[in-house]
Unconditional design. Structure first.
Length: 159
């Protein structure tokens, strides 16, 4: 489940770039610095999530109760404050698990089929899936959207 985005190449030099990270720094060093910072923020125990819906490309989740909502949003706020980056939509962020990424333009018929499938899956999963506790998140990097890594040495050749 995605908890928070921290630093993206497309934000380099913008208002969404951590101000303490030099604009010309390479990502292996950025990763090390950000991981060290993030690991100083304690993750609350017993955050409970529940399935919320199926959207094209992702499964959305939501905190199960007000306590979990407060704990998870508080954690996000602390990390965001620490790295000094707050993306638009921070407060309205929908927690999700990516299940695919578009690599081609879908036809209108494809969109319709995907939408019908998502509505069916949403109905089914809302009936069958039970609340679950999430573990402490990991700081991960990715070279493409199909390969998330906790091993920072696997960072590809980005700037």
């Amino acid at each position: 489940m995605t908890v928070l985005s921290l630093c993206r190449e497309l934000d380099r030099g913008s208002a969404y770039w951590p101000p303490f990270i030099p604009k010309d720094m390479r990502f292996p060093e950025i990763d090390r610095i950000l991981k060290e910072k993030v690991e100083t923020v304690p993750f609350p125990n017993d955050i409970v999530m529940i399935f919320d819906g199926c959207d094209i490309g992702k499964v959305t989740l939501r905190p199960y109760d007000e306590r979990s909502e407060k704990l998870l949003r508080g954690y996000r706020d602390q990390v965001s404050s620490l790295v000094e980056v707050r993306y638009p939509g921070h407060d309205d962020f929908r927690f999700h698990i990516g299940i695919d990424y578009g690599i081609a333009q879908l036809s209108e018929n494809d969109w319709e089929e995907c939408s019908i499938f998502c509505m069916q899956m949403t109905e089914k999963l809302r009936k069958t899936e039970k609340p679950f506790s999430i573990p402490k998140p990991h700081y991960v990097i990715f070279n493409d959207m199909l390969s998330y890594e906790t091993d920072l040495s696997k960072r590809g050749p980005l700037h």
